[in-house]
Design a binder for this molecule. Structure first.
Ligand code: SF4
Length: 328
C-alpha cells in the first residue's frame, strides 16, 4: 500500500502468552498499516488475536504472561517498542486512545463523569482546573450529553450514555489514533447504531484515524476503509473494504460471509463454518485454518502459506493463490 501519510505501521509483530497450559501464539507475523484519517477493521472470532493486537499497539500487554517477541510498531515515524514507560504514558490517552467493550470497566464509579474527562485533559494538557472543567463540559456536549450532567456519576447513566462518556474521554485530547475494541457489543441493539454513528461523525470531525475491532461485518461495511481478517493469531486476508465485500478470496473470509443471514437468499439455513477455532496453545501445523477449510490440499497441513498480493492492495495467506506445484 502507498507510502504517503502513514500514521501506524505494524511490521512482523509476534506476541505470545506463556501459560501453564502452554504457549499461546496470540499474534503471528502481523504486518498492517494505517494512513492518516483511515479506519482499519480488525475482524475475527473471539480468540483470533484482535484485542492482543490493540493492547500491543497501546503497549499494555501484561508481562508476564504476555510478551512481544519481535516486530516493530511504528507510530508517526517512531517505534513504540523502543519507547520508555514515561514516553508511553505521554502517548496513551493523548496521541493514541482506546475504547473498550464494556464502558463500566473504563469508568471510575466514585468520580463524576465531568471529573473523569477533566482528569485526562489535565494529565496531558497545560490547563488549570477551570479550563479543564470547561473543556470537559464541551466534550460532554460534543457526544450529545448536556453539560448539566457533568456532576453525575456513571451509575446514573444508561449503557449507551456511559459509552458516550467513554468516547468523550477518549477524544478529549484529540488523539491521532483511536482504537475501539467492540465498542457497541455490550449495548442494546437499538443503541448500537447511535453510538456507531456518533463515533463515525466524531472521527471525521476530529480527523482521527481508527482501528475498529469487531466480529460484525455489518459494522465493517459501515465504517471501515480497509479490513484485516484474523484467524488464530494470523492475518489471513487484508484489503480495502470494497474488495473484501465484492471479491473475498480466503476460504475463511468466504465462510464468514456465508454465515451471515441474507434476505435475498432463498436458502432457509445459514452455512456456518464447520468445526471450532483451534486450541491456541496447540495450533495445527501448516495453515491454521486447514482442519476447517473446505478447500484444504495436502500441502496445507504441512506448510504455512505466505502472504500473497493477488491484486494491488489485496493480500491473502492461502496456498490457493501461491504458485505451488503440489496442489493435490
Ligand atoms: Fe484452506 Fe489451504 Fe488456503 Fe489454508 S492454505 S485456507 S487450508 S486452501
Amino acid at each position: 500500500m502507498s507510502e504517503e501519510k502513514k500514521l501506524l505501521e505494524i511490521k512482523n509483530l509476534n506476541i505470545h502468552y506463556i501459560t501453564h497450559e502452554g504457549t499461546v501464539k496470540a499474534v503471528n507475523d502481523m504486518s498492517l498499516e494505517l494512513k492518516k484519517g483511515e479506519t482499519l477493521g480488525l475482524v475475527g472470532e473471539t480468540g483470533a488475536g484482535k484485542t492482543t493486537t490493540a493492547l500491543g499497539v497501546m503497549q499494555l500487554i501484561q508481562t508476564p504472561p504476555g510478551k512481544i517477541l519481535s516486530g516493530e510498531i511504528i507510530y508517526d515515524g517512531e517505534d513504540l517498542l523502543k519507547k520508555s514507560q514515561t514516553e508511553l504514558r505521554k502517548i496513551r490517552g493523548n496521541k493514541i486512545s482506546m475504547i473498550f467493550q464494556d464502558p463500566m470497566t473504563s469508568l471510575n464509579p466514585v468520580l463524576t463523569v465531568g471529573e473523569q474527562i477533566a482528569e485526562v485533559i489535565k494529565l496531558h494538557q497545560n490547563v488549570d482546573n477551570s479550563q479543564a472543567t470547561e473543556k470537559s463540559e464541551k466534550m460532554l456536549e460534543t457526544v450529545g450529553i448536556p453539560k448539566s450532567r457533568s456532576k453525575d456519576y456513571p451509575h446514573q447513566f444508561s449503557g449507551g450514555m456511559k459509552q458516550r462518556v467513554v468516547i468523550a474521554i477518549a477524544l478529549a485530547c484529540n488523539p491521532k489514533l483511536l482504537i475501539a475494541d467492540e465498542p457497541t457489543t455490550a449495548l442494546d441493539v437499538t443503541i448500537q447504531a447511535q453510538v456507531m454513528n456518533l463515533m463515525n461523525k466524531l472521527k471525521d470531525e476530529f480527523n482521527t484515524s481508527m482501528i475498529m475491532i469487531t466480529h460484525d461485518l455489518g459494522i465493517v461495511a459501515e465504517v471501515c476503509d480497509k479490513v484485516a481478517i484474523m484467524y488464530a493469531g494470523h492475518v489471513v486476508e487484508y484489503t480495502n473494504t470494497k474488495n473484501l465485500f465484492t471479491n473475498p478470496k480466503h476460504p475463511y473470509t468466504i465462510g464468514l460471509f456465508n454465515s451471515i443471514p441474507n434476505i435475498k437468499d432463498d436458502e432457509a439455513r445459514l452455512k456456518p463454518i464447520k468445526g471450532l477455532m483451534p486450541d491456541p496453545t496447540n495450533l495445527p501445523l501448516g495453515c491454521p485454518f486447514h482442519p476447517r477449510c473446505p478447500k484444504a490440499m495436502s500441502i496445507c497441513s504441512q506448510q504455512e502459506p505466505c502472504r500473497t498480493e493477488i491484486y494491488k492492495d489485496h493480500f491473502v495467506n492461502c496456498f490457493l493463490y501461491e504458485n505451488v506445484d503440489n496442489k493435490s
